[in-house]
Design a protein around this ligand. Sequence first.
Ligand SMILES: NC(=O)c1ccc[n+]([C@@H]2O[C@H](COP(=O)([O-])OP(=O)(O)OC[C@H]3O[C@@H](n4cnc5c(N)ncnc54)[C@H](OP(=O)(O)O)[C@@H]3O)[C@@H](O)[C@H]2O)c1
Length: 178
Amino acid sequence: MATGHVFIASSLDGFIARRNGQIDWLSHPGMDNEDHGYDAFMATIDGLIMGRGTYEMARSFGSWPYPKPVIVLSHKLADSEVPADLVGRVRFWNSRPSETMELVKAEGWNRVYIDGGKTIQAFLQEGLIAEMIITRIPILIGTGLPLFGPTEKDIKLKHQSTKSFPSGLVQSHYEVGR
Ligand SMILES: NC(=O)c1ccc[n+]([C@@H]2O[C@H](COP(=O)([O-])OP(=O)(O)OC[C@H]3O[C@@H](n4cnc5c(N)ncnc54)[C@H](OP(=O)(O)O)[C@@H]3O)[C@@H](O)[C@H]2O)c1
């Protein structure tokens, strides 16, 4: 089975986006001069599985931001054509988390970047996430789309490391108990 890996930023109060999906608050003074390890992480993964919410936000950026193949999970987009400029880079699937991991494993993927709040929560529930690197932005946004949600049972984490950056960002690396 392929393993799921999370690399995500959240507000200190645990949100990954405002309620309307906006991520303006992710930009924090001083952070652009720092290396938070995103490129190094991206280099280790074979592809991404993300939810429609994350895809739609990425699509609104000027250019497609992902250098690796992307599977977008969506009931709504499953029967749609992939936009012409993303053909060969993006596929729309409507499959359960464990089935999705089996399908990408069959294509030779081993390390999979799992992205999007609801998607991360679903993959965690099914025990498909091996590690999480969470970068906390020193801001409270009060309400929004949560990184985590209800769980059927406790999910134990093993803390690997935490580092802080001059900008105030704090990044923690956890292994997920299986
Ligand atoms: N802070 C950060 O670093 C960061 C990182 C990533 C994303 N974001 C932000 O987070 C927001 C999106 O997060 P989100 O919580 O809305 O979740 P999301 O996981 O990106 O998208 C959720 C949607 O994905 C589809 N989906 C998920 N699992 C599925 C499955 N197994 N089968 C079929 N469809 C599935 C569903 O769409 P359908 O209704 O189409 O079925 C679901 O509503 C965006 O605003 C994005 O900008 C922030």
